[in-house]
Design a protein around this ligand. Structure first.
Ligand SMILES: NC(=O)c1ccc[n+]([C@@H]2O[C@H](COP(=O)([O-])OP(=O)(O)OC[C@H]3O[C@@H](n4cnc5c(N)ncnc54)[C@H](O)[C@@H]3O)[C@@H](O)[C@H]2O)c1
Length: 276
């Protein structure tokens, strides 16, 4: 089969939650395609028990920036909590100050916690909704303000999940947030179409990443059960080997001119996981 390659020379791309995992892969892929890249993560900030695994650290973010620099990319790292409006505003301002524009926002930052609905604490619920639903809203709001003022073009891409398309037990907060961003992108897509800004979501199934490592450790049986319920093993051979690069291809396509009339969609990258 053919391979796609894109040219983002001089485009400015901001990727949230990019110190590791999918976000780091997106950043490196954009850098290889010539983009100027801003990577965000929490830096020195972290959450308590509401997120039951370690989030990306300041040194992870430094490592990503070093890898981008090694590739020869013009890149910066901006620490900010995407669920805090003042920090989001400062992050967008830092990108504009450094590069003078923002062409592509990838809302990738996310957290996960799994518990039965009747056992999930209010703090766990609030954290996942704040990061996974409010975060893309706040980043989209401040990126859109700039893109509208500039009269476009622009791209906003939010990483939802299979969890944004179907119900999966034991993750009511995550499901609610990931479904929520699908509605969010449809609304933004309508508001921003007149300004030549597209807004889309991508819905990957299980992808190798630090977040997944945590889930596999704490919920192997749970994943097997979800796979059985969704018929995943009967859908696509090798689905368990989905890698960040498989999602990067979808991100780059939506960011490119090839997808200039594609807006308001929730694109599954899941080997048919959510077909049934
Ligand atoms: N890995 C999967 O199986 C999978 C599947 C579908 C969707 N997703 C989504 O893809 C995205 C990336 O996930 P990943 O698997 O690479 O996870 P990850 O935990 O490795 O990466 C997420 C990053 O987001 C950062 N982050 C968390 N809260 C933040 C905040 N408030 N502000 C800024 N950064 C913050 C974390 O520090 C971390 O570095 C998430 O939105 C996730 O929900 C992942």
């Amino acid at each position: 089969m053919g391979t796609a390659s894109y040219d983002f020379t001089d485009d400015v791309v901001l990727i949230t939650g990019a110190s590791r995992g999918l976000g780091r892969d997106f950043a490196l892929s954009f850098a290889r395609a010539g983009a100027k890249v801003a990577v965000n993560d929490l830096g020195d900030q972290s959450f308590g028990d509401e997120v039951p695994y370690e989030t990306g650290t300041a040194s992870d973010l430094d490592e990503t920036l070093a890898e981008l620099t090694e590739l020869g990319a013009d890149a910066i790292a901006v620490s900010a909590d995407v669920s805090d409006e003042a920090q989001v505003e400062a992050m967008i301002a830092a990108v504009l100050e450094r590069f003078g524009r923002l062409d592509v926002l990838v809302n990738n930052a996310g957290v996960h916690s799994n518990a039965k609905s009747w056992e999930m604490t209010e703090a766990q619920w609030d954290r996942v909704i704040d990061v996974d639903l409010k975060g893309p809203f706040l980043c989209g709001k401040h990126a859109a303000r700039h893109m509208v003022e500039r009269g476009g073009p622009g791209r906003i891409i939010t990483i939802s999940s299979s969890s944004g398309l179907v119900g999966i037990p034991d993750q009511v907060g995550y499901q609610s947030a990931k479904h929520g961003v699908v509605g969010q992108v449809k609304t933004l897509a309508l508001e921003l179409a007149p300004y030549n800004v597209t807004v889309n979501a991508i819905c990957p199934t299980v992808v190798t990443s630090p977040m997944l490592d945590h889930l596999v450790e704490t919920g192997k049986a749970y994943f097997q059960e979800v796979g059985r319920l969704c018929g995943a093993s009967t859908v696509f051979p090798g689905l368990e080997n989905l890698e960040p690069v498989d999602v990067s291809h979808a991100v780059q396509w939506l960011a490119s001119d090839a997808a200039r009339y594609v807006t308001g969609i929730a694109l599954p990258v899941d080997g048919g996981f959510t077909c049934k």
